[in-house]
Write a protein that binds this ligand. Structure first.
Ligand SMILES: [Ca+2]
Ligand SMILES: [Ca+2]
Ligand SMILES: [Ca+2]
Ligand SMILES: [Ca+2]
Length: 248
């Protein structure tokens, strides 16, 4: 099975040449001063990202490791930006529930590095799961899902953000919250929205980009759920990403 090489030198130079406003993460530093890089949302933003360090991704893993890039909506930042001071830890690991999230704001985006193992396209169906924090299926905050093997070339899953949300993340409630008696839950029985790499025709990916589309959904329904009225919690709230078949 094809496994593409992570970020190339050409990709890194493209970051410098084309996205001067973007300060890519040098590492998934978990220290007190660690913050994810930010840039203004540019739709659709599909530039290059830097991967986590080898040290951070040394372990075999099942969940997203860190935010390789973070581009929240400005209004959400100004309103307090829920989770923005602790981005890496809130989006890494298994789903933690309603407040264990980072709010993108309407139009914001984030890139999660799944590590060197990434996610393979298994013939058996879904390959990764995105956990947002919908309280019910009646309150989705959808996002488009893009994937990349090298952090530069991106493929998008079709997302009906102003329709039935088919193909979008942020529509299905999380059933399992780790550390709350959920032993035995698996990636496919924990709720969240599943994605099959077969749909975009690739064998393996390392990065997942989420671009909030809440405004498309709610404006079509006369809803007013976008910034700045959400106390920094506007738009898609990322909890976790799980790989269905790690080390396939
Ligand atoms: Ca598959
Ligand atoms: Ca939400
Ligand atoms: Ca929200
Ligand atoms: Ca989380």
């Amino acid at each position: 099975m094809l496994r593409l090489t992570p970020v190339s030198p050409a990709c890194r130079s493209l970051v410098a040449a084309s996205f001067a406003a973007v300060v890519c993460l040098a590492a998934c530093d978990s220290g007190d001063d660690a913050v994810a890089s930010k840039s203004p949302p540019i739709e659709p933003w599909t530039g290059c990202v830097e991967p986590c360090t080898d040290e951070e991704i040394a372990e075999a893993q099942t969940y997203g490791r860190c935010a390789a890039h973070f581009s929240p909506a400005e209004a959400t930042v100004e309103a307090g930006g829920h989770g923005h001071d602790d981005v890496h830890s809130l989006v890494a690991g298994p789903p933690g529930g309603a407040t264990d999230v980072v709010s993108l704001g309407c139009g914001g985006s984030i890139v999660i590095d799944l590590g060197l193992d990434g996610a393979y396209n298994s013939d058996s169906g879904p390959d990764f799961v995105v956990f947002e924090n919908p309280f019910s299926v009646d309150f989705p905050e959808p996002a488009e899902v893009w994937v990349s093997a090298d952090g530069c070339e991106w493929l998008k899953f079709d997302c009906a953000a102003d329709g039935d949300l088919d193909g979008c993340a942020g529509r299905t409630p999380t059933e399992a919250v780790w550390d709350e008696g959920t032993e035995g839950w698996g990636a496919l029985s924990a709720g969240g929205d599943t994605f099959d790499l077969e749909a975009v025709g690739v064998d393996w990916i390392r990065f997942v980009r989420l671009i909030d589309r809440s405004e498309s959904y709610w404006s079509a329904r006369d809803g007013d759920w976008c910034d700045p009225g959400m106390g920094g919690k506007g738009g898609f709230d990322l909890d976790a990403i799980a790989v269905v078949n790690p080390n396939l």
